[in-house]
Design a protein around this ligand. Structure first.
Ligand SMILES: Cc1ncc(COP(=O)(O)O)c(C=O)c1O
Length: 410
C-alpha cells in the first residue's frame, strides 16, 4: 500500500490518493468534426427538409427497440410534449418519484396537471410499485417512472399497474440510453419514453431530447406538438393542435449520429468499470452499492450510486465524505434533494403564482417519502466518465475511501 493510502487526508493538506485525472467527457474526434462540417457546408441547418434529424430518429428508435422516435430540443421538452400528446392536462394527476431531476415533475405542472409524489425502493432508488398503487386516485392519468442513474425501474409491475388502472406509462429514460429490461431496451416498454442528450448524458449533443413509442398515432401527435401543432400532411400555415417549437437542429442530430456509434463500446466499458467498483466498494464496511432488479439485463450507468453509512465513518456526514473524497481526487457529489422540498413546490402548495387551480390540491409541504429522504442524506454519485477509466484508476476509488475511513475511525 502506498503512502497516500494511509497518510493524512488530502482535505487536511495531505497527498491525493488519485492525482492522475479521469477520462474527459465528451469523447470525440474527426468523426464529430466531419459531421458538424457536413451540416455546416450543406447550408441545411434546420430539420425541416433536412436528412440528419430524420435519419437519427430512425437510428435511435432501432437502437432502443422502438418503432418511432421524435427528436426534440431537450429531455425536459420531451416530457412536456409526451404529456401534451397524451392529452394530459388540467385536473389530471401524474405519479412521479421525488428522487429525480426537476423536469420529471415540472413538465407535469407545465401542462397544468398535478404531480403526485410516490416513494422509491431503497435497493435501486426507482419508483416503488407499491407506493404507486397507494397514490392512485380517480384523478390519476399517468405514471412517470424514472430509470434513475440508468437502472431500469420494475417495468413488469409498473406496466401491470398502469394497465389495471388504465393509466399511461411514460418512461423518463433521460439517464438510460441503452439500458435493458429483460433484454428489451427501455423507452417504448410503456406508451412512451423520453430521453435527454444534454452535455453530461451518455449520448450527448450539448442539448437535445427524443421521445420513443411503438404507437404510430402517438408518434404523430408528438410530431405535431413538437412542431407548433402542424400535421405532416398539412400546409405550412396549418396548426391543428396546441404545440410549441421543440425542433432539434441538424447539427445536434449529426453529432448524435456519430456519438451513438461510440455508445455500445462505452456501455461495455462502464459495465466493466461498475463491476470493479461493485466488487471493491462492497468490501468496505458502511459502503453499499445499489442493487438492480434481477430483470435488468443492461444498466446504462449514467451515474454510479452508492450508499454511505456515516456510523461506519466515525459519524461524519455524507456531505463531509463527499468533500473528503473529492479532495482525494475522486470527483463525486451528493445529488438530489427530495423534489417536493424544492421552493417550486412550496410555492405551488401555498398558491403563489397563477397556477392552474383545477384538480386535487396537494400540500407538498406535508409530503414525506422516507426512502427518498434517507437516499438524499446517504447516497453518493460518481459520474459516468469515471467508469470509462482503467482498472488501476478505479482501484483508487476504494483506496481513497479506505483512507478516509481509517482517518475518521482511528
Ligand atoms: C431524470 C431526468 N429527467 C429529465 C431530464 C431533463 O433533460 P434535459 O436536461 O435535456 O432537459 C434530465 C436531465 O438532466 C434527467 O436527468
Amino acid at each position: 500500500m502506498d503512502q497516500t493510502a494511509t497518510g493524512k487526508l488530502a482535505i487536511a493538506g495531505g497527498a491525493q490518493t488519485h492525482s492522475g485525472g479521469w477520462p474527459k467527457w465528451p469523447v470525440f474526434d474527426l468523426m464529430e468534426e466531419a459531421a458538424v462540417l457536413r451540416v455546416l457546408r450543406s447550408g441545411q441547418w434546420w430539420s425541416v427538409g433536412g436528412t440528419e434529424v430524420v435519419t437519427f430518429e430512425r437510428e435511435f428508435a432501432d437502437f432502443q427497440h422502438a418503432s418511432h422516435a421524435v427528436c426534440v430540443t431537450n429531455g425536459t421538452a420531451a416530457l412536456e410534449v409526451s404529456l401534451r400528446a397524451l392529452g394530459i392536462g388540467c385536473g389530471d394527476e401524474v405519479i412521479v418519484p421525488p428522487y429525480t431531476f426537476v423536469a420529471t415533475a415540472s413538465s407535469v405542472l407545465q401542462v397544468s396537471a398535478t404531480p403526485v409524489f410516490a416513494d422509491i425502493c431503497p435497493h435501486n432508488l426507482n419508483l416503488d410499485p407499491d407506493a404507486v398503487e397507494a397514490a392512485i386516485t380517480p384523478g390519476t392519468a399517468a405514471i412517470i417512472p424514472v430509470h434513475i442513474a440508468g437502472c431500469p425501474a420494475d417495468m413488469d409491475r409498473l406496466r401491470a399497474i398502469a394497465q389495471r388502472h388504465h393509466l399511461a406509462l411514460i418512461e423518463d429514460a433521460a439517464q438510460a440510453h441503452g439500458a435493458e429490461w429483460k433484454g428489451r431496451k427501455v423507452g417504448a416498454i410503456g406508451e412512451m419514453g423520453t430521453f435527454s442528450f444534454q452535455a453530461s448524458k451518455n449520448l450527448n449533443a450539448g442539448e437535445g431530447g427524443a421521445i420513443l413509442t411503438d404507437q404510430e398515432e402517438l408518434a404523430e401527435r408528438c410530431w405535431s406538438v413538437h412542431n407548433v401543432g402542424r400535421v405532416r400532411s398539412g400546409k405550412w400555415y396549418e396548426h391543428q393542435v396546441l404545440g410549441g417549437n421543440f425542433r432539434m437542429t441538424e447539427f445536434q442530430a449529426a453529432i448524435l449520429r456519430s456519438q451513438i456509434k461510440r455508445l455500445p463500446e462505452q456501455m461495455q466499458q462502464r459495465t466493466r468499470g461498475a463491476a470493479v467498483l461493485n466488487q471493491s466498494l462492497s468490501e468496505i464496511p458502511g459502503i453499499q452499492p445499489l442493487i438492480p432488479e434481477p430483470a435488468v439485463t443492461a444498466h446504462a450507468y449514467h451515474l454510479y450510486l452508492f450508499r454511505y453509512i456515516s456510523e461506519a465513518f466515525g459519524g461524519h456526514s455524507r456531505d463531509e465524505f463527499v468533500d473528503a473524497l473529492s479532495m482525494e481526487g475522486v470527483p463525486c457529489s451528493a445529488g438530489y434533494v427530495p423534489l417536493y422540498r424544492e421552493k417550486l413546490f412550496y410555492r405551488k402548495a401555498n398558491g403563489q403564482g397563477k397556477w392552474c387551480a383545477a384538480g386535487r390540491p396537494v400540500d407538498y409541504t406535508a409530503v414525506q417519502c422516507p426512502v427518498t429522504e434517507a437516499a438524499c442524506r446517504e447516497i453518493v454519485w460518481l459520474s459516468q466518465n469515471l467508469l470509462l477509466a482503467d482498472e488501476s484508476s478505479l482501484s483508487d476509488v476504494a483506496a481513497a475511501i479506505h483512507k478516509i475511513q481509517r482517518a475518521w475511525t482511528r
